[in-house]
Design a protein around this ligand. Structure first.
Ligand SMILES: Cc1cc2nc3c(=O)[nH]c(=O)nc-3n(C[C@H](O)[C@H](O)[C@H](O)COP(=O)(O)OP(=O)(O)OC[C@H]3O[C@@H](n4cnc5c(N)ncnc54)[C@H](O)[C@@H]3O)c2cc1C
Length: 337
C-alpha cells in the first residue's frame, strides 16, 4: 500500500476513534503536506506540554477525550539542576519529571504528544483551529493554553549564566539547601519587602541590593530594624562560584559575596497567542498573567489557561500541575451532553 493511501486510512480510523494516536507526531509524519491530510477534530488542543499541559492531558486522556499536546520543550526551570517541593519528585532534575510524565501519557490512546509549537490560533468554541510550526493544521472544540513564561535576563554580565544555580527566584524551590547562609536579594519593587519577611524562615543573614531602585524610607527603616544591610548602586556583574555562591559587582562600591542571590527579573508569556485571541490579562509585579475564572476558563468561552502563564500568585511545579489538572477536568466537563 502506498504511503498516501496509508495516511488516508489512518485518518479515517482516527476519526472514528480506532487508531492509537502516536506518542510523537514527528515519528510517523515526514512532511507538512502529508500532515495536512490528517486534519481531524480534537476534543482539546493543549498548547504547552510541560507541567501544566501534561497534567491537563492526563485528566483528559483518562476521560478518553481526544487530545493533542503541542510543546517546544523549553520549560521555565530547565536552567535548574534539581526541582524541589513537588510531592513524590523532590530533588529530581526537571527534565526527568517531564520525561517520566510523557512516558506515562504514552499509554493513553487518545493522547497525542507533538514536538512542535503552535504558530497561530483562530476560531471559537467548538471550532478552534491551530497551525503548528511544522505546518500541520489541527482543530479542536476546546483549547488549553499552558505555554508558560520567559524570564527576561537583565543586561548584566554573568547574570544569565548564573540563573538557576547562583541566582534563583523562589525560596520554596531553593532555600532549604542554603538555609542559615548569606543570602542576597535584588530589590525589584515594594513586593520585595514581602520577600524579606519571608526569607527569615530560612536565614537572618540577608543583604538587599537596591540596584538603582528607590527604596522608600519606611522600607529602609524596616530593613534597618531587621539588621538587613542595603547596598545602593547598580549591579554591574555577577561571578558565580561553587554550587550556589556568587560575587556581586557594584558600580559604586566593593564587590559583595553571597551564598545565593534571589532575583525577580521581568517576564513575559512565551508566545503571543493570547494577544491574537484578545484574552484578558492581569498585571503581576513582574509581568502579566492570563485572567481565568475558578474553572480556569479565560475571558473567551472554550479557552482555558493554566500554569505560570495564568498564575499571578505563587508559580511552581506543584501549582502548575494542579492548575493544569483543573483546566483539563473543567474543559472536559464543559463538553458533557
Ligand atoms: C530558575 C528556576 C528554578 C525553579 N525551580 C523550581 C523548583 O525547584 N520547584 C518548583 O516547584 N518550581 C520551580 N520553578 C518554577 C517552575 O519552573 C514553573 O512554575 C513551572 O515550570 C511552570 O510550569 P508550566 O507548565 O506552567 O510552564 P513551563 O514549565 O515553563 O512550560 C511551558 C511549555 O510551553 C512550551 N511552549 C512555549 N511556547 C509554545 C508554543 N507556542 N507552542 C507550544 N509549546 C510552547 C515551552 O517550550 C514549555 O515546554 C523554577 C523556576 C525557575 C525560573
Amino acid at each position: 500500500m502506498q504511503r498516501r493511501t496509508l495516511l488516508k486510512l489512518a485518518a479515517a480510523l482516527s476519526a472514528i476513534g480506532i487508531a492509537r494516536a502516536p506518542a510523537t507526531a514527528r515519528s510517523s509524519r515526514s512532511s507538512s503536506n502529508q500532515n495536512k491530510e490528517l486534519i481531524t477534530m480534537n476534543d482539546v488542543i493543549i498548547i504547552g506540554g510541560s507541567f501544566a499541559g501534561l497534567a491537563a492531558a492526563l485528566q483528559l486522556g483518562r476521560a478518553r477525550r481526544k487530545v493533542t499536546v503541542l510543546d517546544t520543550g523549553l520549560q521555565r526551570n530547565r536552567f535548574a539542576g534539581r526541582s524541589h517541593g513537588m510531592l513524590g519528585h523532590d530533588h529530581k532534575p526537571p527534565s526527568a519529571i517531564l520525561t517520566e510524565a510523557r512516558r506515562q501519557l504514552a499509554h493513553y490512546p487518545t493522547i497525542r504528544l507533538v514536538n512542535a509549537g503552535a504558530d497561530s490560533v483562530s476560531g471559537a468554541i467548538d471550532d478552534f483551529s491551530v497551525l503548528t510550526g511544522d505546518g500541520e493544521s489541527l482543530k479542536a472544540r476546546r483549547l488549553i493554553l499552558s505555554y508558560g513564561i520567559v524570564d527576561q535576563m537583565p543586561d548584566v554580565p554573568g547574570f544569565a549564566e548564573a540563573w538557576g544555580t547562583a541566582i534563583v527566584p523562589c525560596p520554596y524551590c531553593d532555600g532549604f539547601e542554603v538555609a542559615d547562609q548569606h543570602w542576597g536579594l535584588v530589590w525589584s519593587g515594594p513586593q520585595s519587602m514581602n520577600q524579606v519577611r519571608l526569607f527569615h524562615d530560612w536565614t537572618d543573614n540577608l543583604t538587599v541590593f537596591a540596584d538603582v531602585h528607590d527604596i522608600a524610607p519606611d522600607f529602609r527603616a524596616d530593613l534597618a530594624g531587621r539588621k538587613v544591610p542595603v547596598i545602593d548602586g547598580r549591579i554591574t556583574g555577577v561571578a558565580r562560584h561553587g554550587s550556589h555562591g556568587a560575587t556581586i559587582k557594584i558600580d559604586t562600591g566593593p564587590d559583595v559575596a553571597v551564598d545565593i542571590l534571589f532575583a525577580h527579573p521581568r517576564n513575559k508569556p512565551s508566545a503571543s497567542l493570547h494577544e491574537t485571541l484578545g484574552l484578558t490579562t492581569v498585571a503581576t509585579p513582574t509581568g502579566i498573567a492570563i485572567k481565568t475564572d475558578d474553572r480556569r476558563e479565560t475571558s473567551t468561552p472554550g479557552i482555558y489557561a493554566a500554569g505560570d502563564l495564568a498564575n499571578p500568585g505563587i508559580p511552581s511545579v506543584t501549582t502548575a500541575t494542579w492548575q493544569g489538572a483543573m483546566a483539563g477536568i473543567f474543559a472536559q466537563q464543559s463538553m458533557l451532553v
